[in-house]
Design a protein. Sequence first.
Length: 114
Amino acid sequence: FPSHDMGISHGDDESINHGLSTANNVLKFYGPEKVHLRIVAYYHGIRTLLKDEKEIAVRVRALQQYGVEFVACGNTMETKKIPASALIPDVEIVSAGIAEVIERAHGGAFYIQP
């Protein structure tokens, strides 16, 4: 089944919620069992994956229940002094978020621009 990647780089509520809604729409269109969806959060978008952002965290956890994978940019975490313990559980950390998106696109993943 198709693999789709999406990046969230803006940290305002509207951008984050738009990204999460886009993910939800992709799941509804394909069916969660027929698509592999990975969301990479980097730069200000790292806010998407913080435990303390309670309302956003609820949406992220709900998407995780449908098999959506969330990925945090390690470079962003280092720059912003964010420890792994501040992230929502079950988030993968990669060294460079944008590089992850580019590499996976070269491997055949579809990139969704929310």
